[in-house]
Design a protein around this ligand. Structure first.
Ligand SMILES: Cc1cc2nc3c(=O)[nH]c(=O)nc-3n(C[C@H](O)[C@H](O)[C@H](O)COP(=O)(O)OP(=O)(O)OC[C@H]3O[C@@H](n4cnc5c(N)ncnc54)[C@H](O)[C@@H]3O)c2cc1C
Length: 670
């Protein structure tokens, strides 16, 4: 099939903004665009990184192919002498989950965050050259969110100067760590520390689990894979594992001792570094997950937008130049626009808040290095909340994108089922989204309670300091155009958040037992935390617009997307906005009127806005979303590649179809 026609050229010609400049905005800088573009093309043109048949491979073949690719990635990184930046882009565009994802994303950061300098000097050179492959073993069969409830023990033996790592119960089996099942040689294992007969809570230990010579598990270790997971392809290329310890001994100096340590005599000593320093590692991992959310959502939106411009259904037939009646592009249906364009706007919103989080993390690290721990709780709450908000919205958005593509969206070749199956566990790992929002709400309740003592909220909670104004203020919108005012929008979001938070704080005082109150009110607290996180996303989008944005029409389009993101949220959470009297029913209806005009502004620019993501067809992995829009021949061709079509008459015909047709079931050997 050789077709060089761009079926979306007409759509592209309608764009009212400079797409190349928008690509720079999306990438973060011209440099980031150039590097990512170069690496994306390198990956797309290398047959070693092909990913066409992932969904139809058996588990074993899929795993083997992921191993092959991970080894090839490492080979190419070394052969090409790629920089750290280029390396991370390469891994990103290869787009296949394997043990290296956990090794680089969790094992290495855990050592950097929790090991002493001496320990880092010993272990990081080995990890950085992949002479050891690591995993992060926290979750157990019986406990995930409740880390304090972990049952694995690490008991210090002063006679031999060792820790004895043990799994006392079935439920203490480590369960889920990626790369553990079949690959990892080492693990950062979280266990209850016991020394001198006393328990000192959960700490991290570096444990070797497989021989570096023959890859067999070391004595006392039982390890394996936990089995197939949701979807085809997706996380099934990863060997999430189970691990049990039968009194496994490790040297004392393999306890990660940056924050607390056990001395030769068996004394537990806390350093003067606050325990929350561990939050630094969490902030890092969660900010990368927010970035992943914008990527996953933008991929889905790119597929759904391009396909919606190609797909035609119903409509009053107009005549084309040849006199043939043509149907309506589904992207022109207002319902399609009202479902699709808010997702497009969300992808941009999450991109910008992710970019800001990256900055926030760097800023945090600088402060921590200067022994300034003051912003840690706020930054931690902010990243936890944004991880929860963006991953939930992206997961829902991918599923909505699938529906926006109708039946064809359900085919593996659309790329959407695997994208969904791969992304959706982000709502659970690195903190269950609801559990995280409860943590955020606890922090927000504390912030509110400290107002009386004169403590001024800072950073993303600064607006809480204006509580008196925000409780009293009224929204001034009188006509639909009045909603095109970013200050008005932000104030409406802040008013709604603070009113929900204050209502929660007041209701909590009605309970004699604060813990019981928190538990009873937890659904309201979660809603208030979501409202707070939405204030952050909206305000960061607005801050982005205040930067120097180059290129014809780019700023205008981004403004339009910011309005769509915000007004659509008002529409979605109307109950909150009305019950808190942050806006009136009339203003809500004006917001809906304004949304319709905003969708009309996006329509001619929709294809160009997804082109600005600069995704290659290889990365998108979707026949519905391919750049040239040549959907139908590609769909047709993909179908014939399915293993079922290898034979015209299927295996099993003689045993199980023919006897039915010939009424011979009683004679068949079933
Ligand atoms: C694909 C994948 C990869 C993973 N990789 C790793 C890894 O590499 N290493 C590792 O250690 N772990 C890993 N995990 C485990 C993951 O971190 C845990 O699944 C996660 O922390 C959630 O814990 P849980 O499974 O115990 O859920 P649970 O805590 O049992 O949650 C079940 C339900 O209870 C609710 N709930 C729990 N506590 C509360 C509460 N206090 N208040 C209200 N509701 C509550 C939750 O919202 C949820 O609805 C992975 C998981 C997945 C799915």
């Amino acid at each position: 099939m050789e077709d060089t026609v761009d079926h979306l050229a007409h759509e592209r010609s309608k764009a009212q903004f400079n797409v190349e400049e928008m690509k720079i905005i999306w990438a973060g800088s011209l440099h980031a665009l150039q590097v990512s573009d170069r690496i994306a093309k390198l990956v797309a043109s290398d047959p070693g990184f092909g990913k066409e048949n992932r969904a139809v491979l058996s588990r074993k073949d899929l795993f083997k192919s992921a191993l092959k690719k991970a080894a090839y990635v490492w080979k190419r990184i070394n052969e090409l002498g790629l920089s750290e930046e280029e390396t991370s882009w390469l891994r990103f565009y290869v787009d296949e989950l394997a043990y290296d994802y956990v090794h680089w994303g969790m094992f290495v950061p855990a050592i950097k965050g929790s090991a002493t300098e001496e320990q880092q000097n010993k272990w990081l050179p080995l990890a950085n050259t992949m002479q050891i492959i690591g995993t992060y073993a926290q979750t157990e069969l019986g406990h995930g969110s409740n880390v304090r409830g972990l049952e694995t023990t690490a008991t210090f033996d002063p006679v031999t100067d060792e820790f004895i790592i043990h799994s006392p119960t079935l439920t203490s089996s480590k369960w889920w760590p990626g790369g553990l099942g079949k690959v990892a040689t080492h693990a950062v294992v979280y266990a209850q520390l016991i020394t001198d007969g006393k328990e000192y809570g959960v700490n991290g230990f570096l444990v070797q689990i497989r021989s570096l010579d023959d890859h067999f598990p070391l004595p006392g270790i039982t390890v394996g894979d936990i089995g197939m997971k949701f979807g085809s392809g997706a996380f099934n290329s990863m060997d999430n594992g189970v691990l049990r310890f039968d009194r496994v001994r490790i040297p004392r100096n393999q306890m990660l001792m940056r924050v607390s340590k056990v001395t030769r005599e068996g004394k537990y000593v806390e350093s003067n570094i606050p325990k929350q320093i561990i939050y630094g590692a969490m902030v890092y991992v969660r900010q990368t997950i927010v970035a992943d959310a914008s990527i996953a959502l933008s991929r889905a939106v790119c597929i759904a937008t391009r396909y919606s411009a190609v797909r035609r259904q119903f409509g009053s037939p107009q005549n084309d130049q040849n006199g043939n009646g043509i149907e309506t592009q589904v992207i022109d249906y207002k319902t399609q626009q009202s479902r699709l364009f808010p997702l497009l706007a969300s992808a941009y919103a999450f991109r910008f808040v992710g970019e800001w989080l990256k900055w926030l993390y760097t800023d945090l690290i600088q402060k921590l290095e200067g022994n300034d721990f003051s912003t840690l709780p706020e930054v931690h709450a902010c990243t936890a909340g944004l991880k929860s908000l963006t991953t939930s919205a992206a997961a829902d958005g991918i599923e909505e994108s699938r529906k926006l593509c109708g039946g064809h969206g359900y085919l593996s070749s659309s790329g959407l089922p695997e994208l969904y199956a791969t992304f959706v566990p982000a709502c659970t790992y690195e903190g269950d989204n609801v559990v995280l929002l409860l943590q955020v709400s606890r922090f927000l309740m504390k912030t509110i309670s400290q107002l009386q003592s004169g403590k001024k909220p800072t950073g993303t909670t600064a607006y809480i300091g204006h509580v008196e104004h925000l409780i009293q203020c009224g929204c001034n919108v009188k006509k639909a155009e009045d909603w095109l005012n970013l200050c008005v929008i932000l104030e409406a979001f802040e008013a709604r958040a603070i009113r929900l938070l204050v209502a929660c704080a007041e209701n909590l005082t009605k309970f004699a037992n604060p813990l019981q109150g928190f538990s009873e009110l937890s659904p309201d607290l979660v809603e208030a935390a979501v409202a707070h996180c939405q204030v952050i996303v909206v305000s960061k989008f607005i801050e982005k617009l205040q930067q120097n944005i180059q290129g014809i029409g780019v700023k205008q389009l981004l403004e339009t997307l910011c309005y769509i993101y915000s007004l659509n949220l008002i529409h979605k959470h109307l109950g909150d906005f009305l019950s808190t009297r942050s806006i009136t029913p009339k203003q809500a209806s004006l917001a809906s009127d304004q949304l319709r005009s905003l969708y009309a502004k996006v329509r001619p620019n929709a294809i160009a806005l997804v082109d600005a993501f600069n995704y290659t067809d290889h990365f998108l992995g979707s026949v519905l979303g391919s750049y040239d829009g040549n959907v139908y021949p590609k769909l047709y061709e993909e179908a014939w590649k399915d293993p079922l079509n290898e034979s015209v008459v299927p295996d099993g015909y003689h045993e199980n179809i023919r006897p039915v047709l010939k009424q011979q079931l009683q004679n068949a050997r079933l």
